[in-house]
Design a protein. Structure first.
Length: 231
């Protein structure tokens, strides 16, 4: 079953502070992600991979095309969704592990990870218990769980970010370089987490520069350069 369909998407940035220069990103971008599959976007830096994830997540509006999410009888075009609908999609349909952790200052790591479950109605203690299990699995020492992630190392912050993104059970998960700051042991944990999401029917779209990780998680490779508007 197809969860995500990207159809003929065009995106151009207008640099208003640079005389209105228009920078093309992608044109005619089209691919699908099925339940239980991981689609990995490939191409050189600057080709538009991260921009494509942000289009799917609703951070960027595309100039043309459709980004259709299908799940549970719902069919939603993210490209045309209202801001309120996009917020609901992020709460109930689309997870996102970005390269950088964005968390409220002074909130303990355990609550940062548990928060996506709490906002959808999971009792706080249940959410914290599930968050603790995932933090333990990602080798975050328990002594750190009560501290804000801003005090953590870059690799520790990324593992908190991964835990927060992987904890909810959402039909679509976007991964932007999830293993970039991780050692081999924690990269292996992420590979296992991806495999478990696949087994539960989650569709994923990922950017992964590590060749070994890409080989282990990818069901489909989409070369974003074939949609390069600058070509």
């Amino acid at each position: 079953m197809t969860i995500l369909e990207v159809s003929a998407v065009n995106k151009t940035f207008t640099m208003h502070l640079q005389g209105g220069i228009r920078l093309p990103v992608v044109t005619g971008a089209s691919f699908t992600a099925d339940a239980g599959d991981c689609v990995v976007l490939v191409g050189p830096s600057g080709a538009g991979k991260s921009s494509m994830l942000k289009i799917i997540f609703g951070n960027y509006r595309c100039d043309a095309g459709a980004v259709t999410l299908r799940h549970g009888g719902d069919v939603i075009d993210v490209a045309k969704a209202s801001p309120r609908d996009i917020l609901n999609l992020r709460k109930n349909k689309i997870g996102y592990v970005s390269q950088f952790l964005r968390a409220v200052p002074r909130v303990p790591a355990l609550d940062v990870v548990a928060e996506p479950l709490v906002v959808t109605g999971t009792p706080r203690e249940d959410a914290r218990e599930r968050a603790a299990a995932l933090l333990h699995r990602l080798n975050i020492p328990q002594r750190l769980w009560s501290l804000p992630p801003s005090t953590f190392s870059g690799g520790e912050q990324q593992r908190v970010n991964i835990a927060r993104g992987f904890l909810p059970e959402l039909p679509l998960l976007l991964l932007d370089e999830p293993t970039a700051s991780l050692d081999a042991a924690n990269r292996a944990v992420v590979v296992d987490l991806v495999a478990e999401k696949k087994n539960r029917g989650v569709a994923m779209v990922a950017i992964v520069h590590d060749d070994d990780v890409r080989h282990r998680i990818a069901d489909q490779l989409v070369d974003i350069t074939q949609f390069s508007a600058a070509a």
